[in-house]
Design a protein around this ligand. Sequence first.
Ligand code: BGC
Length: 709
Amino acid sequence: MTLEEKVAQMLQLVASYFIGSGEDSQITGPMESLGITEETVAQAGTALGLGGAAKIIQVQENHMKNDRLGIPLIFMADIIHGYKTIFPVPLAIGSSWDQELAEQSAAIAAKESAVSGLHVTFAPMVDLVRDPRWGRVMESTGEDSYLNSLFARAFVRGFQGEDLTNDFSRVAACVKHFAAYGAGEGGREYNTVDLSERQLREYYFPAYKAALEEGCEMVMTSFNTVHGSPATGNKPLMRGVLREEWGFDGVLISDWGAVIELIAHGVAEDEKAAALLAVNAGVDIEMMTSCYPKFLPELVRSGQVDEALIDEAVLRILTLKNKLGLFENPLRGADPEAEREVVYCDEHRAAARKLASKSAVLLKNSGILPLEADRKLALIGPFAQSTDILGPWAWNGAEGNIATLEEAFKGKIEASNLLVAQGSGIDTVTTGQLEEALRTAAQADVIVLALGESSPMSGEGGSRADITLPKAQLQLIAHLRTLDKPMVTILFNGRPLDLHGVYDQVDALLEAWFPGSEGALAIADIIFGAVNPSGRLSMSFPQAVGQIPVYYNHFNTGRPKKASEPENRYASQYLDIPNEPLYPFGFGLSYTEFEYSQMTLSSEEMNPQSALEVKVTLTNKGVLAGEEVVQLYIRDITGEVVRPVKELKGYSKVLLQPGESKQVSFIVTEEQLRYHHSDLSFTSDAGEFAVFVGANSRDAEEKRFRLQK
Ligand code: BGC
């Protein structure tokens, strides 16, 4: 390969650059804006953002003709929670606490993508999130690194399967955004991240590492700084931690435009300097800017870049192509006929419905839910008839074909028992809409409000400083409250919201998130009792924005607020709101009631050789079958550095029939008690530990044991 050919492999362009490449003059415009030649496009290594077997076959075949060496392109795209069959957003999948269904959702997404011609998905996004102002929390599985790691593994298994070379129904995964993209200051998109090495290693790194341990083929750099250097030019992070320490030898891709952004960050003077920083950091593919093709050949020829760096990057890219089987089968799984059968098929839609019904979280219930089918309902709100329930990452979702809540309700009750009014827009309301809502609601027994955020209000570029529901919708609630009728609210949104003006006004509250293609049907299943809700929050809902970041595994501080000293001013607290979130991590209600009893430890002492068994009896005290997520937390009472007040170490999903009891058991080992010390060693300390078992991070029974070493 010539130097130019090698460097072109390191370039990723949106697929439109390749459409008609060599024949179609339309490509000249964008090509000119990137300052690259037609020859570079013909030799480029990977394409982004196209789906559809026929299109991809055409582009690949054309590319193979134009590229002197006939090296196939890799087609990559963001298949985040489904290709055409859209599953709930990842934050909702996190709330399912169901790794099996998460894996299945990724396998289905892979199957639909692969048959439509794709080879790599830019997922899973495993960034730890503690700030719901950030719009991309919807793409994460939440605030806990242990839970995120389990989901990271499940998604990677689902996307990649066991044999990418021969199993053409799978795609390679790309874990992102390395590292700590979720920790942007103030929750503002693309903002600075400045975390200590301990914070990074203890909380932010584990989920990326878990994805790699599961065999994830690719990593994407993040837009933010880490220790003062933008990740995309951060050699200690990329070559040091990722490659040398963790042994990652797969392909590292920049995020979109992140190489050229090294200039705006203020660490590179120009595109040439940006290319130098990124290649030295070990970034193999530059996404959608052209610093590499424009300057790497020159940097090599002038001796500023060792050609061995280029060879190493190209070898990694070609190795991935080989692993995907592309040299033998450049079209891989792309098959227009099979595509018509596989994509959005009934089986996939049923799986999406199931996961949506497991992801919704019941936050409040006076007993009004599930609704009886013979009551007259007024379904009101901007989501009553909306199909905007796929979420902000569903660029390819089959929108024309999804049920609205109104349609889903009609499948459950007599049409004459369902009255519908729009009530308000997402953030606008007129007197006419309010009057119509009041008139409609006045004729009903129960008001069901379908409220939330439109999809562009979260996702990339979707940071908000005020995370209450838009004023128009709060006004709608306040108006309907005057009728003094039972009110149920269903929320569609991509982040934990500040729910003042909502939770305190309604009799029941169901967090549906963006539930995906079959979401409305799944929500109707829950509302009318065909499904008993079992979702549990994987991210805390704050009392107010002023409390953020609020997360369950915080430190104690030297002056923790004590219930026994409510008047003590000099405790770590706010004067105007509680310290605790409105709804804590792990929280979620059921239509039945679970009782925890007889928590026991097999011993009050353990050592590195002897594990400890924690047992608890769970009883379903209600009249409906239900699924509980029994959660195990641990606290290291005295550490060498401060330790969180609680950390999730295990959980078990238990399905119980009415009246049924089950003993649930967890094994605690010394390994689970390890953490990063001040010298960054990862070990445990002898001493006292608290172990908690319960229904969420707040309501759990505590016992103590000692680790002997
Ligand atoms: C996002 C990535 C995404 C990429 C490609 C970027 O703006 O941050 O998550 O994979 O675009 O679409």
